[in-house]
Write a protein that binds this ligand. Structure first.
Ligand SMILES: NC(=O)C1=CN([C@@H]2O[C@H](COP(=O)(O)OP(=O)(O)OC[C@H]3O[C@@H](n4cnc5c(N)ncnc54)[C@H](OP(=O)(O)O)[C@@H]3O)[C@@H](O)[C@H]2O)C=CC1
Ligand SMILES: O=C(CO)COP(=O)(O)O
Length: 323
């Protein structure tokens, strides 16, 4: 393949570009800031996100969407909050045959649309979604990683797999697009739940009980929304749920820990992307819409949205466990 594009030159977009650049002639990495694009092109380093990692020479930073018109595949690696605006801007520039790949783990509120639903609104429904236990900071270093991809169009999944597969980066194709996307959203809420408990210094037995409950409830929610509950056993389900619920590298887990310590953070002002906080109301509404109870979602909603004292919220949660 000659050219692929990546929109969003942040942590994940830069890592995707670094991986794809091993398999294609040229990768166009689209950024919104010209100064950073110039630095990348002049030095070979994305000094804001990865100051110590040299990017491959065939990665070209761009700020003009028009340059993406010859790309066969375009990865959308901006946060979910920027997804609609990005698609709307992109619409004028690319042709219908391009394969769009969503890598964002969020959901639009209050529409409750997945990132795939948004792509359908502006383009068509043969997009590919990618998700897994994937810290971008490891991917950019070519460390061993597996991700799931799903699409209604199997050929598109195969093309994306071909472009990203390296000795270290493996991809497994599954059929369940909506299940894969929803797993990526719910794991962020579980990462926050486990972070809150860690921040409160809740004992380990209880924390892993909550993780187990989160796994079970993810299956229920995925099934209710029309996905396949067995997707939750995949890398994008179990793998990502456990990774981000237990690792301090996860931003969602870390924000949860701060809430557990009763430190309320304005993460919007910090500029740090925390998809879980933005998804809580949407997943709460989804549970209501599909008549599905989730005591973990309720716990995070109480602490983060309603500012209930973590101790009181945890007591309520524990009363509901296996009752
Ligand atoms: N980081 C990770 O380990 C992983 C992240 N993801 C998902 O990928 C998505 C992106 O996260 P991540 O890369 O970490 O986030 P980062 O904050 O590292 O990067 C976000 C990128 O999107 C750009 N951006 C932000 N807002 C807008 C906007 N309104 N319009 C245009 N561009 C915008 C940023 O530009 P600028 O630099 O100018 O702010 C930056 O290039 C999230 O949904 C996340 O859940 C999935 C798997 C792993
Ligand atoms: O999704 C991720 C790893 O799979 C990244 O998690 P955080 O957004 O919580 O950092």
């Amino acid at each position: 393949m000659e050219k692929v594009g990546v929109i969003g030159g942040g942590s994940l977009g830069t890592a995707i570009a670094q991986i794809a650049s091993q398999n294609v002639d040229e990768v166009y990495l689209h950024l919104r800031r010209k100064e950073l694009a110039d630095i990348i092109n002049q030095t070979g380093f994305n000094n804001e996100y990865y100051p110590n990692t040299k990017l491959n020479n065939n990665i070209k930073a761009i700020t003009d969407f028009n340059k993406l018109k010859d790309c066969e595949i375009i990865f959308l690696s901006v946060p979910s909050s920027a997804f609609r605006e990005t698609l709307s801007n992109l619409q004028k520039f690319i042709n219908e045959s391009v394969i769009l790949v969503s890598t964002a783990k969020g959901i639009e509120y209050p529409s409750l649309k997945t990132m795939g639903n948004l792509i359908e609104e502006y383009f068509d429904d043969d997009y590919v979604s990618l998700s897994g236990p994937n810290f971008a900071s490891e991917m950019v270093l070519n460390l061993e990683t597996v991700s799931n991809i799903a699409s209604k169009n199997k050929n598109n999944s195969k093309k994306v797999k071909e472009v990203l597969t390296t000795q270290q980066f493996k991809l497994k194709i599954i059929d369940d697009v909506v299940g894969l996307e929803i797993c990526g959203v719910i794991k962020n809420i579980n990462a926050m739940a486990n972070g809150i408990c860690k921040g409160m210094d809740i004992n380990e037995n209880a924390r892993y009980a909550i993780l187990t409950k989160g796994f079970e409830e993810t299956q229920k929610i995925v099934e209710a929304i029309g996905g396949n509950p067995s997707t939750v056993k995949e890398y994008c389900g179990f793998g990502d749920l456990v990774l981000t619920s237990t690792s301090n590298e996860s931003r969602n887990h870390t924000l949860g820990m701060l809430y557990g310590q009763r430190i309320i953070v304005d993460e919007d002002a910090s500029g740090i992307v925390v998809e879980g906080k933005k998804s809580i109301k949407a997943i709460k509404d989804i549970c209501k819409k599909y008549n599905t109870e989730s005591i973990i979602v309720d716990f995070v909603y109480d602490v983060v949205i309603k500012h209930v004292q973590p101790k009181i919220a945890f007591k309520r949660l524990w009363e509901k466990i296996e009752n």
